[in-house]
Design a protein around this ligand. Structure first.
Ligand SMILES: Nc1ncnc2c1ncn2[C@@H]1O[C@H](COP(=O)(O)OP(=O)(O)OP(=O)(O)O)[C@@H](O)[C@H]1O
Length: 313
């Protein structure tokens, strides 16, 4: 059964079409990620699905309900982790979770939950004394305390340290194991690649690509060759590599459909000069590479759309 069905959703603010004909489905138990640059319309879409905003037009169903009518039975079955949750900061972690738990008929054990999100040491700490990352962990626990069937995670791990992020990922994977449906927005492409069964890429209010992370990366015909240059070897001294390397400041990266020739030219050049190429690497494109190409082309007006939105029966 489908947990979410969205058809031709539209929302405008004045002349600005923020959500511009969005359609997608999410199966029960699926982890679905909405990706896209700042201002693409992800949060607006999610807030419509949560029942916090009204669409101008389109049809939608979440767990079989129309979120706009937002009946109590609907609200009891969803959990929401917002980017900026507003709550009374004088409560302790345990108090706030107990309070939130009281709103739901199905409830998780507060002590277990605190342990799962790694806030053991902060059980009795007032919320206002938590660090940014600890607050986000509390937000996650608040979204989960009502044992939701459908969890909305809006940038859930922003501000997490690397090990906290891994713990949050484990938690989401356990939820999936229990059949919880998760709608995730994130700017961390590795997070989407790790967690999501399918992703949709939104640009300027429209979904421009949708599929599994593997489907989105498979359309990339090139592979990525990356390396660092020795300090005394300028880029101009490199031979032709069959493409123009780009840099992030430290490493150079070349997207090429002919990695063998590029590597041959590169290593021949290094051997002839007697220099080492630190961090030389050849890899398949990641979801991030596919995303950057897709979004870059869309924003440049090329509308590649080579991966059409998946149509599923
Ligand atoms: N209440 C509002 N009134 C007018 N414009 C709004 C309102 N809410 C959002 N917008 C605009 O709608 C657009 C989409 O915003 P939205 O928050 O959905 O984007 P997003 O994809 O979630 O971005 P981010 O990645 O930065 O969170 C933005 O240009 C934003 O300024």
């Amino acid at each position: 059964m489908r947990a979410i069905e969205v058809e031709n959703l539209r929302k405008a603010y004045g002349a600005s079409r923020v959500v511009d004909g969005v359609s997608f489905d999410v199966d029960e138990g699926e982890v679905f990620a909405l990706l896209g640059p700042n201002g693409a319309g992800k949060t607006t879409t999610v807030e419509i699905l949560e029942g916090h905003r009204r669409a101008d037009s389109g049809t939608l169903s979440v767990l079989g309900f129309d979120p706009a009518s937002s009946p109590r039975q609907f609200r009891e079955r969803i959990g929401i982790v917002l980017q900026e949750a507003g709550f009374d900061e004088d409560f302790t972690v345990t108090e706030l979770l107990r309070l939130q738990r009281g709103y739901y008929p199905r409830r998780l054990d507060v002590d277990d939950l605190i342990a799962q999100v790694g806030l053991d040491e902060k059980r009795t700490a007032r919320v206002k004394t938590l660090s940014g990352g600890q607050r986000r962990r509390l937000d996650l626990a608040l979204g989960l305390v009502g044992a939701p069937d459908m969890l909305f995670l809006d940038e859930p791990t922003t501000g997490f340290d690397p090990s906290a992020r891994r713990h949050a990922w484990d938690l989401v994977e356990r939820l999936r194991g229990h059949g919880t449906t998760v709608l995730l927005t994130t700017h961390y492409l590795d997070e989407a690649e790790h967690l999501a069964d399918r992703v949709a890429v939104m640009v300027a209010g429209r979904i421009v690509a949708m599929g599994t992370p593997a489907e989105l990366t498979a359309r990339q015909r090139h592979v990525v060759v990356s390396f660092r240059l020795p300090a005394d070897a300028p880029l101009e001294s490199l031979p032709a590599l069959g493409g123009t390397p780009v840099t992030d400041g430290a490493a150079w990266t070349l997207a090429t459909e002919h990695p063998t020739a590029a590597l041959h030219a590169l290593s021949g050049w290094a051997l002839a000069r007697g220099v080492e190429l630190p961090a030389l690497e050849v890899r398949r494109p990641s979801l991030e590479d596919a995303y950057l190409e897709l979004v870059g082309a869309e924003l440049a007006g090329e509308h590649v759309g080579a991966v059409p939105p998946t149509v599923r029966s």
